[in-house]
Design a protein around this ligand. Structure first.
Ligand SMILES: [Zn+2]
Length: 86
């Protein structure tokens, strides 16, 4: 995957050339190529959307595991009954 792209031509049909000055240009329209950002805004929005769906599941899993690992207090089954005789 190339790190440069032409903003005017379709990504599918792009081919890159180097002109006489050593600058990368688009083979179709001849415009200089633009460097791709490392993470574009679309990817950031996708990541946020995916996290918003996955985070409740992850939090639930963490809390479930934490609940299993915790030592449960012993249950007091003894009941005290007081009978008053008049
Ligand atoms: Zn182009």
């Amino acid at each position: 995957m190339s790190r440069y792209y032409c903003p005017f031509c379709s990504i599918r049909y792009q081919f890159h050339k180097t002109n006489s000055e050593g600058v990368l240009i688009c083979g179709q329209c001849g415009d200089p190529l633009i460097k791709k950002p490392f993470i574009n805004t679309r990817q950031i929005f996708g990541l946020v959307a995916a996290l918003s769906f996955l985070s409740p599941l992850l939090i639930m899993l963490v809390l479930t595991v934490k609940d299993f690992n915790e030592e449960k207090p012993p249950l007091h089954l003894e009941t005290s009954v007081s009978i008053t005789i008049n």
